[in-house]
Design a protein around this ligand. Structure first.
Ligand SMILES: *Cc1c(COP(=O)(O)O)cnc(C)c1O
Length: 407
């Protein structure tokens, strides 16, 4: 379904009577483990959170799917040679992603370190041991000024200097013999607004003319699922996605894929080797199997059905909340490129419902069960994609309760 059609269909969806997700466990859910016998949360006194926000690392990313947990459980009873596992999992992942080579990393941040390290060292053992202070001049990585972001720290970890450029001409001029890579932050538009001053295609073309590898960070950029295939087709040499965002794999895993020689070099910079820069970014055997299983499940999933499920959830919450006078619910289709899924905005007339968005958020967080959402002014943002099916109604009822108390 095209996005336009989806939005059009919003108006014809049943507004009431849909108990969202009560049948199929859709969303990032491990319904089998939803109620374990031994409650480790209670044992440690840790509060369980319902995530009506987004895939935030401080909230443990996303919930793994049953397939992923099954892969972890099924593989934890035997040893494996980690070199062989990384190679064979990587080969399968590369096949799925229609690219030359792939590997499982410790999240997208780990991939940023390893991919940059690979561009600096290639297979040179001495350089690998020397990072982050390789002999010779300081290496440089080109980045658009508008693309500077918190995660470029992971790139700088390798000792490189970031060289900021504002347009194609500046990029051409900035490339010199110390340039090892050009980094593109795909989510820049989502994060900062505006437009890229150099398009994906132009960025790749300039770098290719100078034989400089390009690396794109698309960590949070599924859905749409097509993005998993898009950047290697454009010609980026390296691509990363987080495992623990909407792919719903292990939160501590991620994907690095692209050119074969660079992936080989990235592996040399990684655990299980003892001394390289990636040694502290170890990914265990179970996470590698889990990441593979999660990606397979994500690619094979019925994405239209999943989107419909999310919209049904929004409809259910809308039907519950719009019974309160002046409360309005809006569906927001985030156009992406990052976090391109629907969320909802709940707003109300402060004169009738006398509570601020921030205070609704506080009440949700401190209530039982504890719910995380974002509120500001006279509105509240609710994310639905990370809710377990059984939590949709809990969220709807709690928000209703809090708003009604303020009438
Ligand atoms: C989340 C994120 C990262 C880090 O990913 P992890 O998998 O948590 O290491 C890097 N870049 C961007 C743009 C992100 O959104």
């Amino acid at each position: 379904m095209k996005r336009r059609e989806v939005i059009k269909n919003l108006s014809i969806l049943p507004a009431a009577g849909v108990i969202a997700g009560s049948v199929i466990p859709f969303g990032c859910v491990n319904s089998e483990n939803a109620a374990p016998k031994r409650d480790f949360f209670e044992e440690l006194g840790v509060t369980k959170k319902i995530n009506a926000g987004g895939t935030m690392t401080y909230l443990s990313g996303s919930l793994m799917r049953p397939e992923t947990v099954a892969a972890i459980n099924a593989t934890c009873h035997d040893f494996a040679n980690m070199y062989e596992l990384q190679d064979k999992a990587g080969a399968k992942i590369a096949e799925m992603l229609k690219c030359e080579a792939a590997m499982v990393t410790s999240g997208a941040a780990g991939a940023l370190v390893l991919g940059t390290a690979a561009c600096i060292t290639g297979t040179n053992k001495e350089l690998i041991e020397q990072l982050p202070l390789p002999s010779g001049p300081q290496r440089e990585v080109i980045i658009q000024k508008k693309h500077r972001y918190v995660f470029d720290q992971s790139v700088r970890n390798t000792g490189v200097k970031l060289v900021e450029v504002e347009n194609a001409e500046e990029m051409e001029k900035a490339i010199n013999s110390n340039t090892v890579m050009a980094l593109f932050f795909n989510g820049a538009i989502s994060w900062f607004g505006g437009t890229d001053s150099i398009s994906h295609e132009e960025f790749v073309a300039i770098a290719k003319r100078h034989n400089i590898p390009t690396f794109i960070d698309a960590a949070a950029d599924v859905p749409p699922v097509e993005n998993l295939f898009r950047f290697q087709k454009i010609g980026f040499d390296l691509v990363t996605f987080s495992g623990g965002k909407m792919i719903c794999g292990p939160q501590s895993a991620g994907l690095l894929f692209g050119r074969k020689d660079l992936i080989e070099a990235a592996k040399l910079n990684n655990s299980p080797n003892e001394c390289p820069i990636g040694r502290p970014m170890k990914v265990n055997k179970e996470e590698i199997f889990g990441m593979y299983a999660a990606l397979k499940s994500y690619i094979e999933r019925d994405h239209e059905k999943e989107l419909q499920e999310w919209l049904d959830r929004i409809n259910h919450i809308t039907a519950t909340l719009e019974t309160i006078s002046t409360v309005k619910c809006e569906t927001i289709m985030n156009p992406g490129p990052a976090n391109a899924f629907p969320t909802m905005k709940v707003s109300w007339d402060q004169k009738k419902v006398k509570i601020k968005g921030e205070d609704v958020t506080k009440a949700l967080d401190s209530g039982t069960p504890s719910i995380v959402a974002g509120g500001r002014g006279n509105s509240l943002n609710l994310g639905v994609v990370l809710l377990r099916p059984d939590q949709v109604n809990i969220v709807a009822r709690r928000v209703k309760e809090i708003l009604e108390q303020a009438v």
